[in-house]
Design a protein around this ligand. Sequence first.
Ligand code: PLP
Length: 360
Amino acid sequence: MMFPKLFIPGPTNVRQEVLAEQTHPMIGHRTSTFEDLFARVQEKLRRLFYTQSRVYVTASSGTGLQEAAIRNTVRDRVLVMVNGAFSQRWFNVAVGCDKEVVRVDIPWGRAVKPEDVLQAIERDGPFDAVAVVHNETSTGVMSPVGDIARAVREMAPDTFILVDAVSSLGGVRIPVDEWGLDVCLTSSQKAMALPPGLAFAAVSDRVLERAQEVKGRGWYFDFLNLEKYLQRNTTPATPAISLFWALDRQLDIMFAEGLEARFARHARLAEMTRTWAVEQGFTLFAEEGYASPTVTCVENTRGISVADLNTFLQQRGMTISNGYGNLKEKTFRIAHMGETTESDMMTLFESINTWLAGQA
Ligand code: PLP
């Protein structure tokens, strides 16, 4: 069976040595071996998230922590900024948690700006929290969450800031404490270049205070429960132990590259991809100045068959993503996150160019 190189926005390619970490013999999770592993990983995660507080690790995908963020911080009312498919999902999650949800729609392809959030708070506030997706994977747009957080903290300091960084964390610098994010969540299978199955959330101290007065936190994702066990270097329920070994190794690989170098590589690959797309006569879907460093959404202005292109690429051992939902065939997405290199991108562009030349 051939496994294509992935240029899709998750899951991303995982290094063989990281995959291999999962083959350690099984251990019990109430052992000092696991607690040592947990403690090691916790320290490294705090470094990656630029936080002194804590990073919970759950055996779930990122959506689980979208739900946790709502359940632990929202007493009654939450504002959700919707500018793509994953912020729309977060809205649905909040509705599913039976909260009073105010939704602000921003056209797909555009970023959420501080003024959008401030206007919504002025018009419909107060809110217990505002939820924003940092990097909309469906449209290739990155919103300025640092600026948003600063503006919200000034105008409405009791409105907690919930950030989904599922397709950016690990590829872009997100200084959680400096920006004052209350919850910043991500998944393992994107820019962190791990298999799916783990999710991570940096959580501020004031969230733990708030959680005490929020009803219906559930159990599995109750931050107070996760905190109690984190203090003992473990988790309330059985963790995904094999993935923890892989995580420990992958974090070392990230630090060996250097976080700043890693972020710079993502920026370079994004720039290469945008330049290539424009040179080939396509336009970019993202609003200028807000294009994502981890995934590029290309507008299919040449009217190619994206499905046919992908079939061709798959024969050559690689795969890209069609547009998301209604954007299928109208756009296509090329991810450049995780462990992807310049030479991977060159190989991809050469192949796409060959296919395009044959379409004339
Ligand atoms: N948020 C964003 C921005 C995403 O890109 C995705 C998945 O692609 C999700 C949330 C959902 O994450 P998961 O599939 O890990 O639940």
